[in-house]
Design a protein around this ligand. Structure first.
Ligand SMILES: Cc1ncc(COP(=O)(O)O)c(C=O)c1O
Length: 416
């Protein structure tokens, strides 16, 4: 059991009020809050260590380089990457996907081949593939959802065939919260000789994820969804694929030698990190990983399972509330998307905000999924290690208040 009372004291923002109420932050799938340790690590870096990396012989530059490279090793250990050089720092999941699209898929995949994705894919793992499909004449195939809002695995196996070049798939939906069973899909892709990219933006922050266990070729995720700063992400790829890939951008740090008219590419991982990277962000990410490690991802996952079971139980009892995705906590993470009959999700979000409850509303960068459910948007509550059952109670009473406001509005309308 997590000691949330103690954990919450590590997050300064959780002490603040919003609209006169204590903040109930339930927008963790968008970005998480940062503990003081992460904020301090960034401040300490700028106050005492700041220097450019990989370039200087002076002490500060060497210290900053060591710190940056140590975080790379920490990331490799987190996801069981066999080799820290196969961990590339990017701006975030979106840039990592685009890097794979431009540097591996665009030169490799040819007309007649197909890309297999899934319906609930975030736009970050859909739009880049649409761009490539148009440019290279590839077919896009989306694995459908079954009635329970899970991936239809039997349909999936028929979509993956000998012409599939890549299976690019999320491990966890940022809307439905469903944790997909990727193993059979990855095995099917392997049998057909296709490569596999796993979008771990919503899974890596919440439960142990191993590239070896998944047997994927590419894993992508973002630091800001796991207590780290914005502007830092990860692409972890099989070394032989990275070795075969051209650089993403040209500039400093990615070269071996440069002549007036040509250059040779640098070694991994620097070949994919042109220019001065987000050093302070990576340092902050290291502090976030230390924090998560100290608490343990297994314990965080258990905590979220407890919260989502509690939330589902309470929310299902509310009249007029539709909950999307799997209805059992065992198949989902701490994400619950819903709509309240008669209220636009944005109005609902505003009513909740008046009571200090921060949820997300809109299409959640998943417009095809909204089309699947025939809605323009949804409201979403998403939990993390610092959320408590008492905050779920606050959410539920804020929803009840929204219902009462709606009923009053409807009865006023009837009277006029
Ligand atoms: C499943 C999923 N993939 C990709 C992304 C994109 O992440 P970022 O905006 O950090 O690049 C998100 C962000 O919400 C996400 O939830």
């Amino acid at each position: 059991m997590l000691n949330t009372e103690r954990i919450r004291t590590d997050f300064p923002i959780l002490q603040r009020e919003v609209n006169g109420f204590p903040l109930v932050y339930l927008d963790n799938a968008a970005t998480t809050q940062k503990p003081q340790a992460v904020i301090d690590a960034i401040v300490r870096y700028y106050a005492y260590e700041n220097a450019n990396i990989h370039r200087g012989v002076h002490t500060l530059s060497q210290e900053a380089t060591n710190h940056y490279e140590q975080v790379r090793r920490q990331v490799a250990a987190l996801i069981q990457a066999p080799d820290a050089d196969s961990v590339i720092f990017t701006k975030g999941t979106t840039e990592s996907v685009n890097m794979v699209m431009k540097c591996w898929a665009a030169p490799q995949l040819k007309a007649g081949q197909n890309l297999v994705l899934s319906w609930p894919e975030h736009h970050s793992n859909l739009v880049p593939w649409q761009m490539l499909a148009q440019a290279n004449g590839l077919a896009l195939r989306l694995i459908p959802l079954n009635a329970e809002g899970e991936l239809d695995l039997s349909a999936a196996e028929s979509l993956i065939d000998g012409n599939t070049g890549l299976l690019a798939i999320q491990q966890m939906s940022n809307v439905l919260g469903s944790l997909h069973d990727l193993k059979p899909l990855i095995a099917a892709a392997r049998r057909q000789g296709a490569k596999v990219l796993v979008d771990g933006a919503q899974s890596v922050p919440h439960l142990p994820v191993s590239v070896q266990d998944l047997d994927c070729d590419f894993l992508v995720f973002s630091a800001h969804k796991m207590l780290g700063p914005t502007g830092v992400g990860v692409l972890c790829a099989r070394r032989e694929l990275l070795d075969s890939m051209p650089p993403y951008q040209g500039g400093g740090a990615m070269i071996k030698e440069v002549w007036p008219e040509r250059h040779t590419w640098g070694e991994l991982p620097y070949r994919f990190e042109a220019g001065t990277p987000n050093i302070s962000g990576v340092v902050g990410f290291g502090a976030a990983l230390d924090y998560l490690e100290q608490i343990g991802l297994e314990a965080i996952w258990e905590h979220e399972q407890m919260l989502v079971a509690y939330a589902l139980d309470k929310m299902k009892a509310l009249d007029g509330l539709t909950i999307y995705g799997p209805q059992h906590a065992a198949q989902r993470s701490g994400i619950v998307s819903f709509n309240l009959e008669g209220l636009h999700p944005q109005d609902l979000g505003e009513i909740l905000d008046q009571q200090g409850v921060a949820i997300r509303t809109g299409h959640h960068c998943c417009q095809p999924l909204m089309q699947h459910y025939g809605v323009s948007g949804m409201a979403r509550a998403s939990f993390y290690l610092y959320n408590t059952p008492a905050e779920v109670d606050t959410l539920v009473s804020a929803l009840q208040r929204a219902q009462r406001l709606l009923q009053r509005r409807q009865s006023r309308l009837r009277q006029t």
